[in-house]
Design a protein around this ligand. Sequence first.
Ligand code: PLP
Length: 403
Amino acid sequence: MPSLVPSRASRPSDDPIFALNREANARKAKGEAIVNATVGALLDDDGALSVLPSAARAVREVPEAEWAAYAPIAGTPDFLRAVCDDLFATGGVDPSLRAAACASATPGGTGALRHALANYLEPGQKLLTTSHYWGPYQTLADENARGVDTFRMFDDAGDLDVGALDAALGAQLASQGRALLFLNDPCHNPTGFSMSMDEWASVAEVLDRRGSQGPVTLLSDMAYYAYAGREPRAFMRHLAPLLGKIGLLFAWSASKSFTHYGLRVGALVACEPDADARARTEAALAYASRGTWSNCNRGGLGAVTRLLTDPTVRDSCVAERESLKAVLAARVTAFNGAARGRLRYPRYDGGFFVTVFADDAQERAARMREMGVFVVPGKGTLRVALCGVAESDVPRLVDALAQ
Ligand code: PLP
């Protein structure tokens, strides 16, 4: 007799991206010249994981007892303060956001997305996001008995389709009485698109208007914010006026910013100007943590707190990250140089990924695989993880994509 409940009995057995990565690595190990543009971790030009030395040192220097002990359910207060300061206390952000902020530690940004879904939508309701989106949004929604709705991401000029967002928000407010919008910016995964400040201004205008019709919450998924080409907090000037009118959430993650993907450190930050509502938010998030992973790993929280607050370590991290950003920027420039006019893809000026549009995406990816070039096919798209491709391999990658 099968013991799994029917709704869980036919889950896919393997994440397709990790399966492709495994095949690419196995063929490489046998001596084939492989270009592996599948996995979202920053690799150096020799294919080794790029690790910020200062971050690695801070992790090593965490005392044993810190690794061994439980953390408070919501996370250590120092960590929560450091994350809120990191988001709002620099970059000219309006101080009203910092004053209204509360946070809960989560295992990576993924945990923050999970808590947003569970606390800002009822079971059966759907989050709203762009038509191109990071696949685990759907997994997280499934796992939490929620769904995913999308709006067309790009208009005919290749800009964010704010009209489509407006219509979709209106439809959601009519059908489910509330809306939770996930926007992954800057350096959107999987397209590489970063919204302009004009686009943020238009989005804010829509949120302001729709927020008067029912509860609307914006979650800014900031997984890649440390790799933005511009000041990554600049968009917050459009959010500050929305404080108290709509819900403002931020999914913060140490995974990419500090190149410690496996440390599993992140936070969900919520901005609530009303002290009572803020206390209820903190309680709801802590309760959700208790009911899922209990608490996060204290050693990881300690290491990341130090990375954010110790001026010497923080400055070293910034400098080391700048050199990683330069490596990535060289790949992006090489890609744009080789691909412009040959491939269809969105505005792309930085970030771990870019998406190439192709009607025959599945067949094209299969042909590319035969040539030893691995990308991730979607519906009419090929996701290219430039974060894992040496600059010298970019011309071969683009040739394969263009065939
Ligand atoms: N959001 C996006 C768009 C991502 O690509 C990722 C990681 O790949 C995350 C969130 C969360 O990452 P983590 O849970 O490792 O912090």
